[in-house]
Design a protein. Sequence first.
Lengths: 788, 155
Amino acid sequence: MTETTSDPTTHGVLRGGSVGTPVPHESAHLHVSGEARYTDDIPEPVGTLHAAIGMSERAHARIKSIDLGPVWNTPGVVDVMTVDDLPGANDIGGPVGDDPIFADGLVQYVGQSIFAVAATSVELARRAARKAVIEYEELEPILDIDTALEKKSFVIPTEKMSRGDAPKAIDAAAHRLQGRFRFGGQDQFYLEGHIAFALPKEDGDMLVYSSSQHPGEVQFVVAHALGKTAKDVVVECRRMGGGFGGKETQPALFASIAALLASRTGRAVKIRPDRDTDMVMTGKRHGYRVDYDVGFDEQGQINGVEFEFASNCGMSADLSGPVNDRTMFHADNAYYLDNVSIISHRCKTHTVSNTAFRGFGGPQGMMAIEWVMDEIARYLKVDPLDVRTTNFYGIGERDVTPYHMKVEDNVLMDIVPELEKTSRYRKRRREIAGYNESSEWLKRGIALTPVKFGISFTATHYNQAGALLHIYSDGTLQLNHGGTEMGQGLFTKVAQVVAEELQIDISRIRCTPSDTARVPNASATAASSGSDLNGMAAQAAARTIKGRLTEFAAQHYEVPADEVVFANDAVRAGDQQVPFAELTHLAYMARVSLSSTGFYKTPKIHYDRATFSGRPFYYFAYGAAVSEVEIDVLTGEYRVLRVDILHDVGKSLNPAIDLGQIEGGFIQGMGWLTTEELWWNAKGELQTHAPSTYKIPVVSDMPEVFNVNLLRSGRNNEPTIHRSKAVGEPPLMLAISVLHALKDAVAGIGGHQLSPHLGAPATPEAVLMAIGDLNQRLESEKEPAGVA
Amino acid sequence: MSVKIEVEVNGTRHEREVDPRLLLVHFLREELSLTGTNVGCETSLCGACTVKMDGLTVKSCTQLAVQADGASITTIEGLSPEGELHPLQQAFWDEHGLQCGYCTPGMILAAEGLLAVNPSPGESEIRESLKGNLCRCTGYHNIVKAIQSAAKGGA
Ligand code: FES
Ligand code: FES
């Protein structure tokens, strides 16, 4: 049984695709017919070459010598290049400049790029790239967080955020718990892997098609690598086959290599690493170790808490600064922490440099506090939901975050009690307790966890967007903005905004590819901000043209401007009505400009990184989920029986797309915490680099019952685009409920008395080990009693 | 060395000289420019490259072009006559059974394979039979709904 519902006032009727309606994805007809063009589908000019990258086979080593002779001698090879052949900067754009295109004497992870080959076919290029003879002088690699901490190996300095006096409050508290736990990283596993296709143009210019969430950054990296400037490079992306953060900084490597080889050979060059190479070479979600120390009272209310985070950043800084900052910003999740201290170490290891992934450090912060909530509840032997509710942010009181921002839009008490009721949480918890008493080999568990996620880029200057809107004299439109389409439905939502503004049918609008030549200096499509930023920019552009059309119609029909009304794909001027296309034609004949840019910058946000205080987020998105699972005590295998979600998307721009984001985000988060395990061997080689060993959720892993609802009363307090809220990332963290339900099920073995030692990913093996560990602890608890 | 093959794809016969190592998916994409069949893993695990060969669903990254000699193949482009949509295509569109769309052609062909042998599958049968097709975006919820709705409509 499955069911989804949404706001009944906006569901059902298509009012020509205006906002609030469940318009299908703008490319759906192309997706289903196979006509949607991804980068690999773009027809190749005659003579197109294919590139492959020669990778490091060592985690940490000095390169003593490279013999590229055998590479050159491979049939079909047209060009080979190393760092020595670079005309420009050897830098793929990280903030610290520690991410080279080609290794320069030193390799720092298995899979690092050392040289590149261009050949007449993909297969020949890939084969040639394996033929270099490289001599290494091995250096000691650091492969895990513990060793990095011990050796003080960091990509950037440790940060600390605090409010109140945590040590004092913990000391004074009635109860105290301390502990450590760990959770792993996650591969983005976009179904379309990385790809770039570079075409040399006249005068040394370069056109690059890149599967990228940030074409603007690719443009700059490519330009600098070629020793050129931004004006010489155009980067375009119509759509990605998934991104999830993995195509934020990572595409720059592939794009610059394609462009470099294209510039050298004068031929088009495409590079598409295979899945295994993609997984070995590109950054992932950061894995963490978390230490906590918490003091609390009889009700489980936290008096003081200290967190010490240490994340595996890999070999370079990349986005690790802002990712780890976001962990610190979300270590409170939905809870008021009066006395709190949060330390964040950004560990350098000789593994691939970790990067953005949906949630961007936020999930890891939330994991920490949710873990603590669960531990407190088990210690006090109360329902974890009660401990959570006790600690929720208040309204008008207990509402300041650890970074001194006031929480002004708290809807937790609209969401959680309703979800508790509709999911029958209390009743089911009792039923589960009964079931577990009578069932020896199958145990069930349930958990409700909330999400409060801050919306805005924490780098303030990223919170800007541009749009470009053309209306043609036949009444059709081309819409462009700086956002990219990776499946999340951004183009659809922004088109809805423009359709709404001009009251026209959405079929008049063509969404054109993200293109650095159309909208300059665009931010990455990330931080869930796509429709917030680009929707507003497109609305501004539409309003400008609408203003001109209104003025023109007022003059033309000799009515006051306020009697010009756009409605139903037409324009009324006094008592006359003209079809939209007729008005645009008349306006064109009267020499009215029908093209405009639009610009938006998020107001209110400011933030002082030195003191970790300010308002880094424009607003928060909220949600909550209840998950129920059943584990097999003998094998550790489990099933997710039922999930209920209630999520706040403000006033939804498109309920169908929003529900899809919630469902997809949840399942992706579930994968992170359950089946997806990244495993490196002692040489620093990633062993889970293909879907054979790296298990993302498949259809049979779906919850058997999956009830997803939007908060009916949802409305953004802030004047965002049509009062909607961002939805890309927040739902991923709803899946934290699955991990806690699994812990609850394991705890069911001891009558829900002891807290299981179960980190993430909670693979069946990990669950089995947690069961063994719990059984042992139960035994040793019994023993002293037996002796006495 | 190349081998001559004759394959019928979407109703049209093609004769080509191919490298015996050429994978069927590359034959379709590069030789015939049928780029609706996507490549996700090249190791027969993701299902993005699913096509129909002589009535059976196969992953075209696990077949050689020469194995298709004499066979009749249907790709997403040939699932419905020009300008029309197969009920599954329509259902994936209507039920929002897609986001980035990269898995969609393979999903639809795998679903078509299921409905061919089991015209009204239950939810658990759909889940069981689509295990070989990965989707990273949708969480599968709407994919299952789309297949159910196409089945109800008599796909
Ligand atoms: S590309 Fe064939 S199964 Fe993945
Ligand atoms: S829609 Fe993106 S992989 Fe399925």
